[in-house]
Design a protein around this ligand. Structure first.
Ligand code: MG
Length: 331
């Protein structure tokens, strides 16, 4: 299918459905990425989630605006990227004024999930030099990988309901840069890797350390993917608005107290190296997301006698330069 033909005939997003016949066809299709968009997710009173575009003066409700314009708005960032429909997004934004749908004030929005059904949630562990030092581990020779499941995906301003004490008591934060893949890539060179990234988000690889590290075998997966243990947001920020992902300040605050303060320049494996390495092993698809590791300052990195684990009532704020402040509360 030719990209031009797709661009010319877009009455609705469904009309330009991505070919689903073969992987080869998928990879030849020209994915359009929203590289200059800043998006958030709106949780509506009817329970639905849809995207909003942050523009000067407010937020365009893409679902309501698209309806007026006879277009289809994707509900999540992963749906938007899987469809390669940045051009539809641009048409909805361009038609927002004439649609008569008023802009929303960001302060009135209840946030939904930016990602609901990504094909893969990949996590890189031990990826900051100072963090490797604080937990007494040697720097890895390749990026250590693990994964979370979709049940862990949670919105900005969410509440994480902690499991009962019989299950876990050692909860810890991990503020992380999230990479969002926008085009299929397989065995990509480091020098080309940024071309496949649609954008970035602030995220937290929330963790239960006793489950992760202390059970007889250390149940790493269980400790990482309990319900809502992957809050992401408040924004998806297109790569064109972010610039160099390997030089972004990160901070974590717990109940207002600064706990992590670092910069992605301390990465052991930078953004390009992570994408290149992962894509050597399997195909990365649009909408796939990559948690890129956390810097020093986690509770697990403190001496055992001074570890005070997170508890119900605590408020965590993860901040990444240019990507915004992700907040969540524990209950
Ligand atoms: Mg992590």
């Amino acid at each position: 299918m030719q990209a031009g033909a797709i661009g010319a005939g877009l009455a609705t997003a469904q009309a330009a459905a991505v070919p689903d016949d073969t992987r080869d066809a998928l990879h030849k299709w020209e994915y359009k990425m929203p590289k200059n968009a800043k998006l958030l997710s709106i949780k509506h009173a009817d329970g639905g989630e849809s995207l909003g575009a942050v523009v000067e003066g407010g937020v365009i409700d893409l679902r309501a605006t698209a309806k007026k314009l006879g277009l289809h708005a994707p509900s999540t960032v992963d749906e938007l990227l899987r469809g390669g429909h940045a051009d539809v997004l641009a048409r909805i934004v361009a038609g927002a004024k004439s649609s008569g749908v008023p802009l929303l004030a960001e302060s009135e929005i209840t946030h939904g999930r930016l990602f609901a059904n990504p094909g893969k949630i990949i996590c890189v562990g031990l990826n900051y030099r100072q963090h490797a030092k604080e937990i007494g581990m040697p720097e890895p020779r390749v990026p250590p990988l693990f994964s979370k499941f979709n049940n862990a995906l949670a919105p900005h301003d969410c509440v994480i309901s902690l499991p009962p004490k019989e299950i876990s008591t050692k909860f810890d934060y991990e503020t992380e840069l999230l990479i969002v893949i926008g085009k299929p890539c397989r065995n990509v060179a480091e020098s080309d890797a940024l071309d496949y990234i649609a954008g970035y988000c602030t995220s937290n690889d929330f963790s239960a350390r006793d489950l992760q590290l202390e059970l007889p075998a250390g149940q790493w997966m269980i400790g990482k993917t309990l319900d809502n243990f992957a809050p992401i947001g408040p924004y998806f920020v297109g790569a064109g608005l972010v610039g160099d992902p390997n030089n972004l300040k990160l901070e974590t605050r717990v109940n207002g107290e600064l706990r992590q303060s670092s910069n992605t320049s301390d990465f052991i494996f930078n953004t390009q190296q992570m994408v290149a390495y992962i894509s050597k092993h399997w195909t990365l698809e649009p909408g796939d997301i990559i948690f890129t590791g956390t810097p020093q300052g986690v509770i697990a990195g403190k001496p055992k006698d001074s570890q005070v684990w997170l508890k119900a009532g605590d408020r965590v704020v993860s901040t990444i330069e240019k990507l915004g402040e992700l907040k969540f509360r524990l209950a």
